[in-house]
Design a binder for this molecule. Structure first.
Ligand SMILES: Nc1ncnc2c1ncn2[C@@H]1O[C@H](COP(=O)(O)OP(=O)(O)OP(=O)(O)O)[C@@H](O)[C@H]1O
Length: 279
């Protein structure tokens, strides 16, 4: 499989401060990859270097087969970038804005289809400035995908979305991924990473401290399980690597253990552990 992104030894230094301290990163074509990390960890710096918006201090970077530091307009047209800030073409309507951006690309998607994909069909004729914060964000997403990009960068895409809009957005990302689009997502929502990402990397203080699928990150899948149940003697809790064995024993007499739960670390707990360890 070809790599959409290949990074080796990437460093970004500001005077007196190392924002990114030599990271390696591989993202396969068609993969949804989430970059997680606390504020100031180096996510935006990394992503902006990949987008060609910031110069690196050191390291090798290959995005869609080119070096973002030197790649030209044709390469840029293959990217879709959804920034954190809302767009400011506020006097235009939603449809006019999307149509306007479509002209920058050689092979854009259909404007109406994109507006429908982001759930703004009813607002297509409304001025962008009349939209709510979450609706403006959807316009940003529409502008990020109108050019039929091979690689989409999504920086905290669902900030300000209501729960239903988030779910709808997740469906949109899944449909892009099904079409073969590579997606690099930064998010502070662990449920979002879990719902969408094939793989995640946790970055803190400019270093990647863990990488894997959301299910296995930081040894999550094989972490000790906490089994809780209750019987006539009261409530019980046992931590074990073999919860199935324990439950078999508890139910050996054919009785269903009451209030039985098995808990393994959530992605959020694993993430907080990783961040804590790295502090
Ligand atoms: N232009 C700059 N000059 C100096 N330092 C900078 C500059 N841009 C970013 N930094 C520093 O680099 C570090 C990484 O910042 P970055 O924006 O990449 O973090 P982030 O992980 O995206 O954080 P957030 O989750 O808050 O968006 C921070 O300590 C930040 O202060």
């Amino acid at each position: 499989m070809n790599k959409a992104v290949k990074v080796r030894g990437l460093r970004k230094e500001y005077p007196g401060h190392t924002a990114v301290g030599g990271i390696d990163l591989d993202i396969e074509q068609g993969e949804v990859f989430a970059l997680l990390g606390p504020n100031g960890a180096g996510k935006t710096t990394t992503v902006e270097i990949l987008e060609g918006h910031r110069k690196r201090t050191k390291g090798e970077v290959d995005v869609l087969g080119e070096d973002p530091g030197t790649a030209g307009r044709a390469w840029r047209a293959r990217l879709g970038i959804v920034l954190q800030t809302a767009n400011d073409a506020a006097e235009l309507t939603v449809a006019e804005t999307v149509r306007h951006f479509a002209r920058y690309y050689p092979n854009p998607r259909d404007t109406d289809e994109v507006i429908e994909k982001v759930g703004l069909t009813e607002k297509a004729g409304a001025r962008v400035k009349s939209l709510s914060g979450g609706q403006r964000r959807r316009v940003d997403v529409a502008l990020g995908i109108i050019g039929r990009p091979e690689l989409v960068f999504l920086d905290e895409p669902t900030t300000g979305f209501d729960p239903a809009a988030r779910r709808q957005f997740w469906e949109l990302i899944r449909s892009l991924a099904r079409e073969g689009t590579t997606i690099l997502l930064t998010t502070h929502y662990l449920d979002e990473a879990e719902a969408l990402a094939d793989r995640v990397a946790v970055i803190t203080r400019g270093a990647i401290v863990a990488e894997g699928t959301p299910q296995t990150l930081g040894g999550r899948a094989t972490a000790e399980a906490t089994v809780r149940w209750a019987d006539e003697h009261g409530a019980h809790l046992e931590r074990t690597h073999f919860p199935a064995k324990l439950i078999r024993e508890l139910s050996a007499d054919g009785r269903e253990p009451s209030e039985l739960t098995v808990h393994r670390p959530t992605l959020e707990e694993t993430y907080l552990d990783l961040i804590g360890e790295a502090r």
